[in-house]
Write a protein that binds this ligand. Sequence first.
Ligand code: AMP
Ligand code: GLY
Length: 422
Amino acid sequence: MRVLVVGGGGREHALCWAIAASPLLTKLWCAPGNPGIAELAECVPVGATDIPALIDFARERQVELVVAGPEAPLTLGLADACAAAGIKCFGPSAAAAQLEGSKAFCKAVADAAGVPTAAWARFDDPGAARAHIRAKGAPIVVKADGLAAGKGVVVAQTLAEAEAAIAEIMESRVHGAAGASVVIEDFLEGEEVSFFALCDGATALPMAAAQDHKRVGEGDTGPNTGGMGAYSPPPAFTDAVRDEVMARIVKPTLAEMAGRGTPFRGVLFAGLMLTQAGPKLIEFNVRFGDPECQALMLRLRSDLLPALLAACDGELSRFDLRWEPTPSLVVVMAAEGYPGTPRKGSEIRGLERAAQVPGVQVFHAGTARREDGALVADGGRVLAIGAIGATLRAARDAAYAGVDAVEWPGGFCRRDIGWRAL
Ligand code: AMP
Ligand code: GLY
């Protein structure tokens, strides 16, 4: 099988790591990849959203399967372009990717499917949004409707914060066109988990759950990020909760999408709040989470590649996946300044030593090679140090032993990944 992975972050490094282990693989490319991925795959200098160039490349090299890492190429129609070219693509069509591309679309599908989720309303007009907020009261959640790299959400504890969010998103347009309209939601309280299900349009196969750490600061404080660490499985996500999520959230959504003529194929990422009234949907994403993917791939015992193919081919009903029962934990190392403007170019050493810690796997995210060959920071989230252990505590200790082996004065990480479970 000749496979092209699209993307170049820690999630894609983990996907390449899992795919590279498959006996079905004959050749692996990654566009654009990163220096860590380059040890497993041939990196191709094509951007993840340059659909025509990706298709040209895939045609030229007779790629048999394209695996989309991030959401952006999917919302831009990567899967549709692959279908038109006769190439299999793991990931949904642009129409189905609207589940992530538009929060209002996601909420409308959830309502139509009877999925439990926070009450919501959408506004194009800042004045009307403010009136709604005053009528509802705080805490309340304000979201830019479009894609904003996970940063377009403000969980406002006070009315003043909520109104400031309206000004920033709709009037100052800090997230650009994504803030032309907002979704305002009731605040949900509980334990937050990310759950992943492989979907082939008709059948959903549960994968596993992980807990992300979205805030930049320890104790879950400070601004939201793309995710500062994750572990799997979260103890609160019992088998009973999983069954309820499959029955009340994932399966009805899949049926609703198929009924609309836009069946969902790929991985459905349900962001959930485990409330006292049961699990509720916060949002759907149409791809693996980052860093949740790294935590999942560390625990996946089955071959990933045939599972991705079964999702493309509508054959998941005959499929099964096996997972290590032992936990995994991933610590993200970010460049100083993140989630604001990260400082690029600082040198990173010690990754070989980190990788020698038993159980540890080093995933690259925003790294680059300088001309002299040195590894440098080249993004916000730069590394993800993951580990598997007999217990969550052991996985955490191993992951932090890996982190401590990394020599990178320009980086930082949270020291408390896993705290809710530990
Ligand atoms: P989202 O991009 O929609 O996942 O939102 C980012 C983060 O904001 C989520 O991971 C939650 O931590 C938080 N959040 C979003 N919606 C709600 C809600 N209705 N109630 C409480 N927290 C929320
Ligand atoms: N870590 C959350 C996400 O990938 O959206």
